[in-house]
Write a protein that binds this ligand. Structure first.
Ligand SMILES: *[C@@H]1O[C@H](CO)[C@@H](O)[C@H](O)[C@H]1NC(C)=O
Ligand SMILES: *[C@@H]1O[C@H](CO)[C@@H](O)[C@H](O)[C@H]1NC(C)=O
Ligand SMILES: *[C@@H]1O[C@H](CO)[C@@H](O)[C@H](O)[C@H]1NC(C)=O
Ligand SMILES: *[C@@H]1O[C@H](CO)[C@@H](O)[C@H](O)[C@H]1NC(C)=O
Ligand SMILES: *[C@@H]1O[C@H](CO)[C@@H](O)[C@H](O)[C@H]1NC(C)=O
Ligand SMILES: *[C@@H]1O[C@H](CO)[C@@H](O)[C@H](O)[C@H]1NC(C)=O
Ligand SMILES: *[C@@H]1O[C@H](CO)[C@@H](O)[C@H](O)[C@H]1NC(C)=O
Ligand SMILES: *[C@@H]1O[C@H](CO)[C@@H](O)[C@H](O)[C@H]1NC(C)=O
Ligand SMILES: *[C@@H]1O[C@H](CO)[C@@H](O)[C@H](O)[C@H]1NC(C)=O
Ligand SMILES: *[C@@H]1O[C@H](CO)[C@@H](O)[C@H](O)[C@H]1NC(C)=O
Ligand SMILES: *[C@@H]1O[C@H](CO)[C@@H](O)[C@H](O)[C@H]1NC(C)=O
Ligand SMILES: *[C@@H]1O[C@H](CO)[C@@H](O)[C@H](O)[C@H]1NC(C)=O
Length: 728
């Protein structure tokens, strides 16, 4: 039996944490829990891990760990409790429960004799792309008496200028009162498409709630508004007239709700929307033939941002139901794969908001309007991404198409601006949302291979040939580049540039070989049999040569680089062979690696390669989808779960860490969390005895890896697409 991920030490740790935290946790305490995560600039997290992280023991964090202030009080029979944010001058509420799902973080706080349940809902909307494009998140509050007695209760929440975080700037604000009441903050001096330290220099922070009986609101100094609520349990519907810098008496956007007499039955939810809106969203440079000015896709349904906000708030009940449905689907699909436990389901639940939160959906401005059919998506995870591999798989057509929308800009860019050496660019800029063209990062073989693999994956899953038809000359160019450079490559970075450049990389050559086979399939679909046969023969010849130079002399493992026998690494690019249903690598390759990995298990996972104990969560899960032993796969998943639930790290799902001691590196909140879906997309374990023929022809594209007959769960049927750095 492979070692079980739940060690005695971990049980001990879990027990001691449960004591320190003093609240129930379901399913585990992550390094950070998403509170409002719905767009590259709506990134509000509750760091947990090393800080214990109750809802009121610290402040919320932006993606980079910088502070955001979101405050919540509950006034119970005249006594004020602080339940959200760290307001030290007020009586702290006591956290009772913490739960996360794929769309929600739900926390219960005891405020004396009244329990408050806060549902932070950041929807994932596979059935409606417009919904998905809305950069707002919900907070729903329900309260109930916990001692059987009735209580007089008032609720208060606010946000302040930290949500704009430009201390050198004057901010302005207003309140719009209608069916919903909306507070907004914006910089007096805006710079369109400007970003400083990962924060925007334009656009509006929104804090909004439906107009209901008992609602009052106010904008004013933190030190005025909070005591006013404490004294009266209500605000005075005014706005401070003096615009100023965010730290000058902390201008604060506040709401209060008089909930009246609260009994033991939960009150209907008080709902807020919080978010960051801007229009336009991005500007593209170097693309003469597309609409360069691009705005929010949701404006193709709504006439204005304020109409969108109203529709969003009115949709809460249905959005909550859809989210619960989605949570359940994701869990049951993941459980169908690892039926022994729910580790995999929980890893995925923690990954989904992070993955989609970094993507923006835009439509192009034609001079008069935003064109509904002109959609592009952009990925910005807040750092210069070294290699943002994301892997989508979602239930239906909508999310399949996001893959195409993400690829379109980088493909169009490369048509308009050919790279001299013929390889694919790594990105189209590192100054989002001002998209100025490729950064200096180059991964020639990696990026060229990725483009071919992504294109075929998209085409297989959707049967939509438009992408490969439109960009066939690029795909031919990348195929030519890989033919010349893909097997014996000069020293260069792979996606794992932090580990250093190398020539003759075994794993990178796997990508080349699969990508050349993908080129062959692409041209077969396009009806160019000559090109198709050409790429097929290159792929076949490369594969034969690769087996000679990449296997260690004792045949125990594949090396990190050719002929360097002691070296080894995760051969994670084999995943593409499975994703595309080729199964062109002999089963002996899969079996050899499976046996080898079983000897390399660290306390918290398998290192990326022999150079260090660095490990990556995404590549381990890609690799888990390639091992021929189901119990090893379960162990690998369990170790990633052990790492992410260890309580010793803080920050949005850090994807790089030390496999020996479980300590994270600084790779947080990246879209690469999409790679965690690898096993869901290719769920069947490779069988050593298989003849490996299914799906080789590939044109029907329905193969799920094809070696065994395991049926994919419903959620995986549609799209698998892994996208390697579209933009950063
Ligand atoms: C732990 O929870 C109990 C019951 O909810 C409460 O009475 C106690 O004060 C809490 N202890 C701490 C240290 O928060
Ligand atoms: C964590 O919780 C323990 C026990 O409640 C407390 O003593 C400690 O100070 C907390 N640590 C932090 C960083 O809040
Ligand atoms: C508040 O300001 C925004 C622009 O930032 C504007 O669109 C809106 O109309 C203003 N509302 C009121 C009530 O002035
Ligand atoms: C407005 O911002 C720009 C760019 O940050 C800066 O150059 C300019 O001086 C600012 N203007 C004012 C009035 O603050
Ligand atoms: C956006 O990029 C263009 C082209 O490089 C540049 O002229 C412009 O100043 C940039 N805008 C911002 C806000 O940085
Ligand atoms: C509301 O309260 C603020 C702060 O106490 C005060 O300055 C303002 O005059 C009040 N406005 C109204 C309309 O009562
Ligand atoms: C979200 O999608 C559902 C289903 O298409 C729709 O009923 C609802 O109005 C949408 N919400 C918004 C805010 O557009
Ligand atoms: C959940 O799965 C069911 C059955 O496959 C499907 O009809 C439904 O649309 C899914 N819901 C969501 C939100 O994905
Ligand atoms: C790459 O491997 C081939 C075959 O083993 C070898 O001839 C060549 O010298 C290697 N290239 C580098 C840069 O090491
Ligand atoms: C077939 O492909 C080869 C190699 O790419 C090329 O040299 C040849 O001209 C092609 N023949 C036709 C008929 O297109
Ligand atoms: C593999 O091929 C052999 C010989 O052609 C055949 O007997 C066997 O049934 C095949 N196995 C599978 C799983 O298709
Ligand atoms: C693949 O293509 C070959 C030649 O066209 C054909 O004989 C074979 O049946 C195909 N296999 C599958 C699985 O479609």
């Amino acid at each position: 039996m492979p070692l079980h991920p739940l060690s005695f030490l971990q049980l001990l740790l879990a027990a001691s944490f449960a004591l320190a935290q003093n609240w129930s946790v379901n399913p585990f305490t992550p390094p950070a829990a998403p509170l409002a995560v719905r767009g590259p600039y709506l990134q509000t997290w509750l760091n947990q891990g090393v800080t214990n992280g109750s809802l009121n023991s610290g402040w919320q964090s932006y993606r980079d760990g910088s502070k955001l202030t979101w405050t919540g009080f509950l006034r119970v029979d005249g006594i004020l409790f602080d339940w959200l944010g760290d307001r030290q001058n007020y009586t702290p509420a006591v956290q009772k429960d913490f739960t996360f799902t794929s769309t929600k973080t739900i926390i219960t706080m005891a405020c004396g004799s009244v329990d408050l349940t806060a549902t932070f809902l950041s929807p994932i909307e596979p059935t409606d792309l417009v919904n998905q494009s809305i950069p707002l998140s919900y907070l729903g509050i329900e309260v109930a008496s916990n001692d059987g007695n009735p209580h007089q209760v008032q609720l208060y929440t606010d946000i302040d200028g930290e949500w704009l975080a430009q201390p050198d700037q004057v901010v302005q604000w207003n309140t719009t009162v209608g069916d919903v009441v909306t507070h907004q903050f914006w910089l007096q001096n805006q710079t369109q498409f400007g970003e400083v330290n990962g924060r925007l220099r334009y656009g509006n922070i929104i804090y909004s709630t439906p107009q209901v009986t008992g609602l009052t609101y106010q904008i004013g100094s933190s030190g005025v508004v909070k005591p006013a609520f404490q004294a009266a349990g209500a605000l005075n519907n005014s706005a401070d007239p003096q615009f100023r810098a965010i730290q000058t008496n902390w201008p604060t956007l506040a709401f209060a709700h008089d909930l009246g007499t609260v009994l033991t039955t939960k009150t209907p939810p008080i709902v807020y929307a919080v978010g960051y809106v801007r229009d336009p969203l991005v500007q593209l440079w170097g693309l003469p033939n597309v609409n360069n000015l691009r705005g929010p896709y949701y404006l193709t349904r709504f006439n204005s941002i304020s109409d969108m906000i109203t529709a969003f708030l009115n949709d809460y009940t249905n959005a909550l139901a859809r989210a619960t449905d989605f949570d359940g689907n994701l869990t049951s699909d993941a459980m169908a794969i690892t039926s022994q436990d729910n580790d995999y389901a929980n890893i995925l639940a923690l990954s989904v908001r992070q993955m989609f939160g970094n993507i923006e959906l835009t439509s192009g401005w034609d001079g008069t309007t935003y064109v509904q059919t002109d959609i592009m998506a952009f990925l910005n995870d807040g750092v210069r991404c070294t290699h943002c591999s994301i892997l989508f798989q979602m239930t239906d057509g909508c999310f399949q198409t996001i893959g195409k929308y993400l690829l379109e800009p980088i493909l169009a860019y490369q048509v308009a601006n050919p790279v001299q050496d013929g390889y694919a660019v790594h990105d189209i800029g590192d100054s989002y949302p001002n998209i100025t063209g490729p950064s200096s990062v180059t991964y020639p073989v990696e990026a060229s291979g990725d483009q071919l693999i992504m294109a075929l994956s998209y085409t297989q899953k959707t049967s939509d040939n438009s992408l490969i038809t439109k960009y066939q000359s690029l795909y031919d160019q990348f195929g030519t580049y890989l033919t010349q450079n893909g097997l014996y490559m000069a020293s260069q970075d792979s996606s794992d540039s932090f580990a250093g450049a190398l020539p003759n990389q075994t794993n990178l050559a796997v990508k080349s070989i699969v990508a050349l086979k993908a080129a062959s399939e692409i041209f077969l679909i396009l009806g160019d049999t000559n090109k198709s046969q050409h790429y097929d023969s290159v792929a076949t010849s490369f594969l034969a040569q690769w087996q000679n130079v990449a296997l260690s002399l004792d045949k125990s493992h594949y090396t990190l680089s050719y002929r360097n026998d002691p070296s080894w690494g995760l051969l994670y690019n084999l995943y593409a062979d499975r994703l595309l249903g080729f199964n062109m690598f002999p089963s002996s390759v899969y079996e050899t690696q499976t046996k080898w990995y079983a000897t390399k298990l660290g306390q918290y996972g398998i290192p990326l390669d022999s150079r260090s104990s660095d490990a990556k969560t995404d590549w381990q899960l890609w690799t888990a989808a390639t091992v021929t032993d189901a119990s090893l796969r379960t162990t690998m998943i369990g170790l990633v779960k052990k790492y992410v639930s260890s309580g010793i790290n803080s920050g949005p799902f850090p994807d790089r860490y030390n496999s020996a001691n479980g300590k994270m590196a600084t790779f947080v909140d990246r879209t690469v969390a999409g790679g965690h879906f690898a096993v869901l997309v290719v769920p069947d374990v490779v069988q050593g005895s298989s003849n490996g023929s299914d799906g080789v022809n590939g044109t029907n594209g329905k193969g799920n890896g094809g070696v065994t007959t395991t049926v994919s769960p419903a959620i995986t049927v549609a799209l698998t697409l892994f996208v390697t750095l579209v933009l950063s």
